[in-house]
Design a protein. Sequence first.
Lengths: 274, 606
Amino acid sequence: MNMQQSRNTLPRTLLRMNGLETGGSIVFLPDFGGNVIYAQPIQKVLSKEFSCFGARLAPDMVESLDTLSLVEIAMRFAVDIHQSDIPRPVHISGFSFAGLLAFETARHLSTLEPATGELFILDTRIRSRRLITRFLHNPIQEFLYAARYAFRNWRSLLPGSSDPLILHRYGQIRMDLGKHAEAHRTIIRQMYAKMAQYHPRPWTGSATLFRAEEVQWGNRLDDLGWGHLIDGPLTLVNVPGDHLSMLRTAENAAVLADKMRLQLETIQKESGDV
Amino acid sequence: MFEMPIKPGIHPFDHFCAHLDRMLDANAAKEFADLANGPVSYEALARDMRCLGAAFAANGLVAGDRVLVASKDEGATVKLFLALLRAGMTPVIGDAELTGPELGELMEVCDPAALYADEAMLANADTGGKLSPSRIIPISDVRETLSKTPDPGSWPTVETRPEVALLVLTSGTTSTPKAVELTHENLIAQLAIFKDIYGFDSATRLLNLLPLHHVDGLIRGPLVALWFGGYLYRKTPFSVQNVPAILEKFREKNITHFITVPAMLRIVARIGCDTRETFTGPDFRFILCSADLLDAQLWRHVEETFKTPVVNAYGLSEVVCDALFAGPDEATRRIGSLGRPHGCTAEVLDNDLRPVAEGETGELVLSGPTVMRGYFNAPDITANVLRDGAFHTGDYVRVGPDGLFDFVGRKKTAIVSAGATIHPETVTIILSTMPGVAEAVAFGVPDATRGEKLVAAIAPQPGHEITAADASAFCRKHLSAERTPAEFRIMASLPRGASGKVLIAELTAAETQKPPSEPAPDADDTADLEEKVCAVAARCFNVDAAGLSAESTPFNTDGWDSLAHMTLIEELELTFDMQFSAAEIASIASLGDAIEFIEGALDANA
């Protein structure tokens, strides 16, 4: 019936984004809505040199989504990627929330196959879950975050007056479900809850972090919290735009895709040299 | 206090024409409308109307003749409608999507002296040989007339004043197609009421995308714009896909009023809630919703989301448009109510035609200058609803202590369960206020022991869980025992038709007996489904359907971005009248995936 079913080698969790069978693979992890459409502009640039795949929740995963943690979802992706015959090396990438899934998937994949590719994190900020640590680490930024959080959520902070269309837990990004079709809201709520419960652990692998240059007032263009988690080399790459426009604006997305291609070429060259 | 603006001794038709001429002259330098097929200025409108007037006369049409218009050409339809009104002929605006055979049936209903229709419609229509070929005019001839005819500069003299201004097609409270006869006095009265209540004036800029064969699209569209010297926007046709583009027009075109119906408002609220500033521009006044029951949940949701007032109007074609108004005046506004009457007298009568006490339920009976003359060629049906000049609406209401009217139910949907008469709409209204309920509807089904029983279908809001026991407990708090539904069905969403109305018949059928199962779709059915899905996708992505197939994905298809993906899912749900599960949504990565899930849903329904 469809392209995915016609390719027997692909598990249900993987979607082929282009027809290339060589050049190494880039697997994009799904966002809150469960899809990888955000990767469209990157895939367009890279599709002639790399095999691009999207990871998605298989129907059996969605049915039991309530019981699955973010780590367990990532483990399933890692196992399926490992068991598939997609071209190696496999690079893992994710934007925003998908960056967390990408991190966990890369971590588990590295335990299954040592020669894994690069982890690309696209503007995902990770905060320590310990409030004191956050204040001690960056008091001004945390104070501003807390003030902004209180300002934006003062209504829902009052007892009995929550807005069901706003998802915003302290320390996490704010999601306005009003911006999403009703049909997507269930899965977004579930994924958001998983993000809020997620406890990241350090990893010895390497990663490239693409940071949106335009940050909110009071924020610094730092390592978005990844320096504490990634023990291997962490490459920081700045890209134009803010968190949303870095991919939604065609010009910005083209710059990001180009920088990702350059980084992949560098990695390939380095691995060739080795 | 409402006063008819017609001076004594002046015939309503003369008053009507004089006012139209004044508006056309006074606003010659202004834009009149942006219609689906282009902009129209007042100057061009005046000229085109006069040209059409001359063409009517040349074709032997005289005042009082009924003229049926059915065309997808919106510009031609609007100009014909206004020109016919001004020339004293009686326009009958048919559905632009009519098939040829339907057009033939419509001619039986309104017996026109002339027919203007699209060529494709005429090619398949059986006009019964009643009209001479010169009176069956392809719509392309109108365009030719307007491009070639010089401006006659004046209107032909009307020898005999017409009795009927407009025929409005309606099935009303029965399934029999009828044509409501509205007089010039009816129209003038309604327009004067609009001025009193809505404050329409020459600064009024309407966005009204309702169909022109719908009285709310026709009267509150081109006629109101012209009558008040205002502006009408109709350029972007209403569709789920177009909602974001339409919402941009409110600020771009300095729109003052959004004319809509609940089904359309529900879609706007669902899709447009990320542009909450849409209605907060300096010019915008309010959303005007009519033609169907506006449930309190939707009303409150729209006002809170968009920070703009919603005015609910109650009316029927038989009283032109609106008779009761909830807003914009705060004194008439209670969310969930119908407000109070203006320009007419509204009585609440029992079965013996005696007024009921305050708070008691009775039939709404309207009298006043907007009440129709009758149904065309249907004296028996007219006599049933029009008694001593008062129109018996067939709708049950009650008046609250605040003097505002509340809708209770319709005669035709009332059920009798164990001897008690129940109006399901009342129960729907109560259920719609239950916390966590996204939408609800109550309806009657046959029952062996009670004769009929009340069943309610409820769709919870995302993230909320509602059980039948919760719903029953809530109803018992707010309703008497006999009006509490005997059974509850908790559903992901209520089935809705293309117009957005809840498909009660579908719910009823599901409760009573399954229709005979149809044979499983064969290969041709699947091919047909793929074609339909591709057609929907082509509209969503703004691409040629020929380039789409089951293999199409966001990564090999232009236009399939995140927004288009959401639109696609919503359009598919609306088109195929089904709802994807969360699992399916997460799995849709190609049109083939969507086809597979739709097929499954259609099989399950069969």
